[in-house]
Design a protein around this ligand. Sequence first.
Ligand code: AGP
Length: 362
Amino acid sequence: AAYDAEGYTHFMRKEIHEQPAAVERALRGRLDGRFHTAHLGGLDLDPREARAIRRVKILGCGSAYYAGQVGAQLIEELARIPADAEPASEFRYRNPVVEADTLYIAVSQSGETYDTLAAVQELRRKGGRVLGVVNAVGSAIARECDGGVYLHAGPEIAVASTKAYTSTAVVFALLALHLGRIHDLSPADGRRIAEGLRALPGQIEEILRQEDRIAALAADLAKYRSMLFVGRVRGWPVAREGAQKLKEVSYIHAEAYPASELKHGPLALISPDLPAVAIVPDDELLDKNRSTLGEIRARHGRVITIGHTEAGEDAVVVPKNEPELDAILLPIPLQLLAYHAAVALGHDVDKPRNLAKSVTVD
Ligand code: AGP
Protein backbone atom coordinates (compact mmCIF):
# COMPACT_ATOMS: atom_id res chain seq x y z
CA ALA A 1 0.00 0.00 0.00
CA ALA A 2 1.11 3.55 -0.71
CA TYR A 3 0.30 4.51 2.87
CA ASP A 4 1.22 2.92 6.13
CA ALA A 5 -1.28 1.09 8.28
CA GLU A 6 1.35 0.66 11.03
CA GLY A 7 1.75 -3.09 11.03
CA TYR A 8 -1.82 -3.85 10.02
CA THR A 9 -2.72 -4.82 6.46
CA HIS A 10 -5.38 -2.14 6.34
CA PHE A 11 -6.35 0.96 8.29
CA MET A 12 -9.88 -0.42 8.63
CA ARG A 13 -8.60 -3.44 10.55
CA LYS A 14 -6.22 -1.29 12.61
CA GLU A 15 -9.09 1.03 13.55
CA ILE A 16 -11.39 -1.88 14.43
CA HIS A 17 -8.66 -3.08 16.80
CA GLU A 18 -8.16 0.41 18.26
CA GLN A 19 -11.71 0.42 19.61
CA PRO A 20 -10.97 -0.69 23.19
CA ALA A 21 -8.50 2.21 23.53
CA ALA A 22 -10.82 4.66 21.73
CA VAL A 23 -13.67 3.81 24.11
CA GLU A 24 -11.33 4.25 27.10
CA ARG A 25 -10.50 7.73 25.81
CA ALA A 26 -14.17 8.61 25.23
CA LEU A 27 -14.91 7.65 28.85
CA ARG A 28 -11.80 9.08 30.50
CA GLY A 29 -12.58 11.60 33.22
CA ARG A 30 -16.26 11.68 32.28
CA LEU A 31 -17.84 9.23 34.76
CA ASP A 32 -18.76 10.50 38.21
CA GLY A 33 -18.61 7.66 40.74
CA ARG A 34 -20.16 9.77 43.50
CA PHE A 35 -23.41 10.86 41.86
CA HIS A 36 -23.48 8.05 39.28
CA THR A 37 -23.68 10.42 36.36
CA ALA A 38 -21.45 11.68 33.55
CA HIS A 39 -19.72 15.03 33.15
CA LEU A 40 -19.18 16.41 29.69
CA GLY A 41 -16.94 19.47 29.77
CA GLY A 42 -18.00 21.13 26.53
CA LEU A 43 -21.70 20.84 27.23
CA ASP A 44 -22.45 23.87 29.34
CA LEU A 45 -26.01 22.85 30.30
CA ASP A 46 -27.06 23.66 33.84
CA PRO A 47 -29.71 21.36 35.38
CA ARG A 48 -32.53 23.90 34.91
CA GLU A 49 -31.70 24.29 31.24
CA ALA A 50 -31.40 20.52 30.84
CA ARG A 51 -34.84 20.02 32.41
CA ALA A 52 -36.35 22.53 30.02
CA ILE A 53 -35.40 20.39 26.99
CA ARG A 54 -38.62 18.93 25.56
CA ARG A 55 -37.18 17.11 22.57
CA VAL A 56 -33.84 16.02 21.12
CA LYS A 57 -33.17 15.92 17.38
CA ILE A 58 -29.95 14.31 16.17
CA LEU A 59 -28.53 15.01 12.71
CA GLY A 60 -25.73 13.34 10.77
CA CYS A 61 -25.04 11.52 7.51
CA GLY A 62 -24.41 7.84 6.82
CA SER A 63 -22.87 6.02 9.75
CA ALA A 64 -22.95 9.23 11.80
CA TYR A 65 -26.74 9.21 11.31
CA TYR A 66 -27.00 5.55 12.37
CA ALA A 67 -24.89 6.27 15.46
CA GLY A 68 -27.25 9.20 16.03
CA GLN A 69 -30.20 6.80 15.94
CA VAL A 70 -28.48 4.77 18.67
CA GLY A 71 -28.05 8.05 20.56
CA ALA A 72 -31.71 9.00 20.19
CA GLN A 73 -32.79 5.64 21.58
CA LEU A 74 -30.38 5.96 24.52
CA ILE A 75 -31.60 9.48 25.36
CA GLU A 76 -35.25 8.52 25.12
CA GLU A 77 -34.73 5.36 27.15
CA LEU A 78 -32.48 6.73 29.91
CA ALA A 79 -33.63 10.36 30.11
CA ARG A 80 -37.23 9.86 28.92
CA ILE A 81 -36.94 12.85 26.59
CA PRO A 82 -38.54 12.27 23.16
CA ALA A 83 -35.61 11.93 20.75
CA ASP A 84 -35.08 10.99 17.15
CA ALA A 85 -32.40 11.07 14.46
CA GLU A 86 -32.69 12.27 10.89
CA PRO A 87 -30.22 12.42 8.00
CA ALA A 88 -28.77 15.96 8.05
CA SER A 89 -28.86 15.83 4.25
CA GLU A 90 -32.69 15.54 4.29
CA PHE A 91 -33.26 17.92 7.19
CA ARG A 92 -31.54 20.82 5.47
CA TYR A 93 -33.78 20.57 2.40
CA ARG A 94 -37.20 20.27 4.03
CA ASN A 95 -37.66 23.64 5.74
CA PRO A 96 -37.90 22.10 9.23
CA VAL A 97 -39.75 23.68 12.15
CA VAL A 98 -37.06 24.81 14.59
CA GLU A 99 -38.18 24.86 18.22
CA ALA A 100 -36.60 26.73 21.11
CA ASP A 101 -37.05 23.84 23.58
CA THR A 102 -35.52 21.23 21.27
CA LEU A 103 -31.86 20.34 21.71
CA TYR A 104 -30.26 19.73 18.30
CA ILE A 105 -27.15 17.57 18.07
CA ALA A 106 -24.93 17.34 14.99
CA VAL A 107 -22.80 14.19 14.64
CA SER A 108 -19.70 14.02 12.48
CA GLN A 109 -16.39 12.18 12.57
CA SER A 110 -14.61 14.59 10.22
CA GLY A 111 -16.52 17.69 11.27
CA GLU A 112 -16.39 18.72 7.61
CA THR A 113 -19.39 16.95 6.03
CA TYR A 114 -21.10 19.65 4.01
CA ASP A 115 -24.70 18.43 4.46
CA THR A 116 -24.27 18.32 8.24
CA LEU A 117 -22.56 21.72 8.31
CA ALA A 118 -25.37 23.22 6.19
CA ALA A 119 -28.00 21.74 8.57
CA VAL A 120 -26.17 23.30 11.54
CA GLN A 121 -25.98 26.69 9.79
CA GLU A 122 -29.69 26.60 8.92
CA LEU A 123 -30.51 25.71 12.55
CA ARG A 124 -28.37 28.51 13.92
CA ARG A 125 -29.95 30.98 11.50
CA LYS A 126 -33.37 30.03 12.88
CA GLY A 127 -32.23 30.35 16.49
CA GLY A 128 -31.86 26.62 17.21
CA ARG A 129 -29.42 25.45 19.86
CA VAL A 130 -26.95 22.93 18.40
CA LEU A 131 -24.37 20.78 20.12
CA GLY A 132 -21.71 18.87 18.22
CA VAL A 133 -20.63 15.27 18.74
CA VAL A 134 -17.49 15.45 16.65
CA ASN A 135 -14.15 13.68 16.36
CA ALA A 136 -11.95 16.23 14.55
CA VAL A 137 -10.99 18.98 17.00
CA GLY A 138 -11.44 22.51 15.65
CA SER A 139 -13.27 21.29 12.50
CA ALA A 140 -15.91 23.39 10.73
CA ILE A 141 -18.88 21.69 12.43
CA ALA A 142 -17.23 21.86 15.87
CA ARG A 143 -16.65 25.60 15.39
CA GLU A 144 -20.17 26.24 14.15
CA CYS A 145 -21.92 24.55 17.13
CA ASP A 146 -22.89 26.10 20.49
CA GLY A 147 -20.70 23.58 22.32
CA GLY A 148 -20.41 19.85 22.29
CA VAL A 149 -18.47 16.74 23.07
CA TYR A 150 -15.37 15.44 21.33
CA LEU A 151 -14.99 11.73 20.68
CA HIS A 152 -11.18 11.63 21.16
CA ALA A 153 -11.15 8.55 18.89
CA GLY A 154 -7.92 9.63 17.19
CA PRO A 155 -7.54 9.92 13.42
CA GLU A 156 -9.75 7.64 11.34
CA ILE A 157 -8.19 6.97 7.93
CA ALA A 158 -10.26 4.15 6.41
CA VAL A 159 -13.29 5.41 4.49
CA ALA A 160 -15.55 2.99 6.37
CA SER A 161 -16.08 4.36 9.86
CA THR A 162 -15.57 1.90 12.72
CA LYS A 163 -13.99 3.38 15.83
CA ALA A 164 -15.65 6.78 15.35
CA TYR A 165 -19.04 5.05 15.09
CA THR A 166 -18.44 3.16 18.35
CA SER A 167 -17.07 6.21 20.15
CA THR A 168 -20.12 8.22 19.04
CA ALA A 169 -22.44 5.61 20.54
CA VAL A 170 -20.41 5.73 23.79
CA VAL A 171 -20.55 9.54 23.93
CA PHE A 172 -24.33 9.38 23.46
CA ALA A 173 -24.56 6.89 26.33
CA LEU A 174 -22.67 9.42 28.49
CA LEU A 175 -24.96 12.22 27.36
CA ALA A 176 -28.06 10.07 28.01
CA LEU A 177 -26.70 9.23 31.48
CA HIS A 178 -26.05 12.92 32.17
CA LEU A 179 -29.53 14.00 31.01
CA GLY A 180 -31.12 10.97 32.66
CA ARG A 181 -29.66 11.79 36.09
CA ILE A 182 -31.02 15.34 35.77
CA HIS A 183 -34.41 13.96 34.73
CA ASP A 184 -35.70 10.73 36.33
CA LEU A 185 -32.92 8.13 36.18
CA SER A 186 -32.28 6.77 39.70
CA PRO A 187 -28.80 6.72 41.28
CA ALA A 188 -28.95 2.89 41.19
CA ASP A 189 -29.68 2.85 37.45
CA GLY A 190 -27.04 5.53 36.91
CA ARG A 191 -24.50 3.31 38.67
CA ARG A 192 -25.60 0.28 36.63
CA ILE A 193 -25.12 2.15 33.33
CA ALA A 194 -21.77 3.63 34.44
CA GLU A 195 -20.50 0.16 35.38
CA GLY A 196 -21.71 -1.15 32.02
CA LEU A 197 -19.77 1.59 30.24
CA ARG A 198 -16.60 0.80 32.19
CA ALA A 199 -16.87 -2.85 31.12
CA LEU A 200 -17.00 -2.04 27.38
CA PRO A 201 -13.27 -1.93 26.48
CA GLY A 202 -12.64 -5.41 27.91
CA GLN A 203 -15.75 -6.77 26.22
CA ILE A 204 -14.68 -5.32 22.86
CA GLU A 205 -11.36 -7.18 23.31
CA GLU A 206 -13.36 -10.38 23.82
CA ILE A 207 -15.22 -9.85 20.55
CA LEU A 208 -11.98 -9.10 18.69
CA ARG A 209 -10.58 -12.42 19.91
CA GLN A 210 -13.25 -14.11 17.77
CA GLU A 211 -11.87 -12.52 14.61
CA ASP A 212 -10.67 -15.79 13.01
CA ARG A 213 -14.09 -17.37 13.32
CA ILE A 214 -15.85 -14.28 11.99
CA ALA A 215 -13.35 -14.11 9.10
CA ALA A 216 -14.19 -17.70 8.12
CA LEU A 217 -17.90 -16.90 8.23
CA ALA A 218 -17.30 -13.75 6.14
CA ALA A 219 -15.33 -15.69 3.52
CA ASP A 220 -18.29 -18.05 3.18
CA LEU A 221 -20.87 -15.23 3.04
CA ALA A 222 -18.85 -13.46 0.33
CA LYS A 223 -20.37 -15.84 -2.23
CA TYR A 224 -23.82 -14.24 -1.93
CA ARG A 225 -24.93 -11.31 -4.09
CA SER A 226 -27.29 -9.82 -1.54
CA MET A 227 -27.98 -9.95 2.20
CA LEU A 228 -30.70 -8.81 4.56
CA PHE A 229 -29.93 -7.25 7.96
CA VAL A 230 -32.73 -7.27 10.51
CA GLY A 231 -33.16 -6.06 14.07
CA ARG A 232 -35.82 -4.71 16.41
CA VAL A 233 -35.64 -1.45 18.38
CA ARG A 234 -32.05 -1.40 19.78
CA GLY A 235 -31.07 -3.89 17.09
CA TRP A 236 -32.49 -1.78 14.26
CA PRO A 237 -29.77 0.89 13.98
CA VAL A 238 -27.23 -1.94 14.44
CA ALA A 239 -28.73 -3.74 11.42
CA ARG A 240 -28.58 -0.51 9.40
CA GLU A 241 -24.94 0.08 10.28
CA GLY A 242 -24.08 -3.56 9.51
CA ALA A 243 -25.66 -3.29 6.05
CA GLN A 244 -23.90 0.02 5.44
CA LYS A 245 -20.46 -1.44 6.31
CA LEU A 246 -21.00 -4.48 4.07
CA LYS A 247 -22.11 -2.36 1.10
CA GLU A 248 -19.25 0.11 1.45
CA VAL A 249 -16.33 -2.29 1.47
CA SER A 250 -17.54 -5.60 -0.04
CA TYR A 251 -19.94 -4.14 -2.66
CA ILE A 252 -22.39 -6.91 -1.74
CA HIS A 253 -25.89 -5.53 -1.85
CA ALA A 254 -27.36 -5.32 1.64
CA GLU A 255 -30.70 -4.10 2.86
CA ALA A 256 -31.52 -3.37 6.47
CA TYR A 257 -35.08 -3.82 7.64
CA PRO A 258 -36.80 -3.66 11.02
CA ALA A 259 -37.45 -7.31 11.95
CA SER A 260 -41.00 -6.33 12.87
CA GLU A 261 -41.69 -5.09 9.32
CA LEU A 262 -40.55 -8.22 7.45
CA LYS A 263 -44.02 -9.68 7.29
CA HIS A 264 -45.31 -6.48 5.73
CA GLY A 265 -43.35 -7.01 2.53
CA PRO A 266 -39.74 -8.22 2.38
CA LEU A 267 -40.60 -11.76 3.53
CA ALA A 268 -41.43 -12.32 -0.15
CA LEU A 269 -37.68 -12.08 -0.91
CA ILE A 270 -36.60 -14.86 1.46
CA SER A 271 -34.94 -17.77 -0.32
CA PRO A 272 -31.73 -19.82 0.04
CA ASP A 273 -29.99 -17.10 -2.02
CA LEU A 274 -30.70 -14.30 0.45
CA PRO A 275 -29.10 -14.86 3.86
CA ALA A 276 -30.35 -12.75 6.76
CA VAL A 277 -28.04 -11.34 9.41
CA ALA A 278 -30.23 -10.99 12.49
CA ILE A 279 -29.44 -8.88 15.55
CA VAL A 280 -30.85 -10.85 18.49
CA PRO A 281 -29.81 -9.46 21.89
CA ASP A 282 -31.05 -11.16 25.02
CA ASP A 283 -33.57 -8.46 25.84
CA GLU A 284 -37.34 -8.20 26.26
CA LEU A 285 -37.76 -8.75 22.51
CA LEU A 286 -35.86 -12.06 22.29
CA ASP A 287 -39.00 -14.19 21.85
CA LYS A 288 -40.33 -11.89 19.14
CA ASN A 289 -36.99 -12.02 17.34
CA ARG A 290 -36.85 -15.80 17.59
CA SER A 291 -40.24 -16.11 15.96
CA THR A 292 -39.00 -13.87 13.09
CA LEU A 293 -35.97 -16.17 12.68
CA GLY A 294 -38.41 -19.10 12.53
CA GLU A 295 -40.33 -17.40 9.73
CA ILE A 296 -37.12 -16.87 7.72
CA ARG A 297 -35.92 -20.42 8.26
CA ALA A 298 -39.34 -21.84 7.32
CA ARG A 299 -38.78 -20.22 3.90
CA HIS A 300 -35.32 -21.83 3.63
CA GLY A 301 -33.45 -18.61 4.30
CA ARG A 302 -30.05 -18.91 5.99
CA VAL A 303 -29.87 -16.97 9.24
CA ILE A 304 -26.67 -15.59 10.80
CA THR A 305 -27.28 -14.35 14.34
CA ILE A 306 -25.39 -11.70 16.28
CA GLY A 307 -26.48 -11.78 19.92
CA HIS A 308 -26.10 -13.35 23.34
CA THR A 309 -28.06 -16.58 23.36
CA GLU A 310 -28.13 -18.28 19.96
CA ALA A 311 -25.58 -21.02 19.29
CA GLY A 312 -24.19 -22.83 16.27
CA GLU A 313 -21.96 -22.30 13.28
CA ASP A 314 -23.88 -19.28 12.02
CA ALA A 315 -24.01 -17.55 15.41
CA VAL A 316 -21.69 -14.88 16.77
CA VAL A 317 -22.01 -14.40 20.52
CA VAL A 318 -21.06 -11.10 22.12
CA PRO A 319 -20.54 -10.58 25.88
CA LYS A 320 -23.57 -9.40 27.79
CA ASN A 321 -23.72 -5.87 29.16
CA GLU A 322 -26.69 -3.76 30.26
CA PRO A 323 -29.46 -4.06 27.62
CA GLU A 324 -29.56 -0.28 27.12
CA LEU A 325 -25.94 -0.47 25.89
CA ASP A 326 -26.45 -3.40 23.48
CA ALA A 327 -26.18 -1.20 20.38
CA ILE A 328 -22.57 -0.39 21.27
CA LEU A 329 -21.13 -3.92 21.20
CA LEU A 330 -23.37 -5.62 18.62
CA PRO A 331 -22.00 -3.72 15.57
CA ILE A 332 -18.42 -4.86 16.19
CA PRO A 333 -18.81 -8.39 14.74
CA LEU A 334 -20.54 -6.74 11.76
CA GLN A 335 -17.49 -4.52 11.14
CA LEU A 336 -15.29 -7.64 11.09
CA LEU A 337 -17.78 -9.43 8.84
CA ALA A 338 -17.75 -6.59 6.30
CA TYR A 339 -13.97 -6.20 6.47
CA HIS A 340 -13.22 -9.90 5.94
CA ALA A 341 -15.84 -10.27 3.19
CA ALA A 342 -14.11 -7.40 1.35
CA VAL A 343 -10.69 -8.96 1.87
CA ALA A 344 -11.99 -12.33 0.62
CA LEU A 345 -13.29 -10.60 -2.53
CA GLY A 346 -9.98 -8.76 -3.02
CA HIS A 347 -11.35 -5.23 -2.77
CA ASP A 348 -9.51 -2.04 -1.83
CA VAL A 349 -10.84 -2.05 1.73
CA ASP A 350 -9.54 1.32 2.89
CA LYS A 351 -10.51 3.23 -0.24
CA PRO A 352 -13.70 1.72 -1.65
CA ARG A 353 -14.69 2.77 -5.15
CA ASN A 354 -16.88 5.88 -5.57
CA LEU A 355 -16.49 7.01 -1.94
CA ALA A 356 -14.59 9.79 -0.16
CA LYS A 357 -13.74 9.80 3.54
CA SER A 358 -15.73 12.96 4.02
CA VAL A 359 -18.12 14.57 1.59
CA THR A 360 -17.17 18.22 1.89
CA VAL A 361 -19.05 19.44 -1.18
CA ASP A 362 -22.73 20.20 -1.70
C1 AGP B 1 -19.15 5.54 7.09
O1 AGP B 1 -18.64 4.26 6.99
C2 AGP B 1 -19.24 6.28 5.82
N1 AGP B 1 -18.03 6.34 5.09
C3 AGP B 1 -20.07 7.56 5.80
O2 AGP B 1 -21.42 7.15 5.90
C4 AGP B 1 -19.80 8.63 6.87
O3 AGP B 1 -20.15 8.15 8.13
C5 AGP B 1 -20.56 9.91 6.50
O4 AGP B 1 -20.16 10.39 5.26
C6 AGP B 1 -20.45 10.99 7.56
O5 AGP B 1 -19.12 11.40 7.74
P1 AGP B 1 -18.72 12.30 8.98
O6 AGP B 1 -18.97 11.50 10.21
O7 AGP B 1 -17.29 12.65 8.77
O8 AGP B 1 -19.63 13.50 8.95
